[in-house]
Design a protein around this ligand. Sequence first.
Ligand SMILES: CC(C)(COP(=O)(O)OP(=O)(O)OC[C@H]1O[C@@H](n2cnc3c(N)ncnc32)[C@H](O)[C@@H]1OP(=O)(O)O)[C@@H](O)C(=O)NCCC(=O)NCCS
Length: 154
Amino acid sequence: MKIRNAHIKDAYKIQELLKKYAVEGELIVRPMGDIFSQIRDFHILDFNGRMAGFIALHVYWEDLGEIRSFVVDKKFRGKGYGKQLMNLAVKEAKHIGINRIFALTRIPEFFLNQGFKKIPRAKLPHKVWRDCWNCPKYPKHCDEVALIYRIKNK
Ligand SMILES: CC(C)(COP(=O)(O)OP(=O)(O)OC[C@H]1O[C@@H](n2cnc3c(N)ncnc32)[C@H](O)[C@@H]1OP(=O)(O)O)[C@@H](O)C(=O)NCCC(=O)NCCS
């Protein structure tokens, strides 16, 4: 198993995996245009050439990034790969100098386990909800929890 930067050829497979878990209510599908334009956000969990998962770190502003499109395919869960992907995204955020990363999620326990803290959703800037506009649950029935990770750069 290795973690590598995403290649443009990964884009359709990324959407396929997003769709697979969107059906199960775990993730939101993203349009191909977004995946192509943000392909550099992605790191791929690669099992002998098969995509076993991925994570994306998206930068919003000088002090704010987001963990989004984060998944490990079911067959590979529970082996520490999710944690490895998360550690890499945090390391990358630290490297480029972002000091806060947020996540919107239905599995807050995983994120709390990784050092994230819950915050009121209203604390996040409006533009971060752009991806949610296509979600049938947004806004009234949204069941996602907002969490934030503060990076200590010093
Ligand atoms: C979240 C996800 C990526 C974790 O991947 P994983 O490879 O199974 O995670 P790991 O094996 O690295 O687990 C790390 C720790 O988190 C815990 N954990 C894993 N999945 C969890 C979950 N769904 N809820 C709560 N805790 C979880 C593990 O027990 C483990 O705890 P430990 O360090 O005390 O042993 C995976 O469950 C997934 O793809 N879920 C569906 C998509 C999703 O909800 N993504 C988040 C969207 S923001």
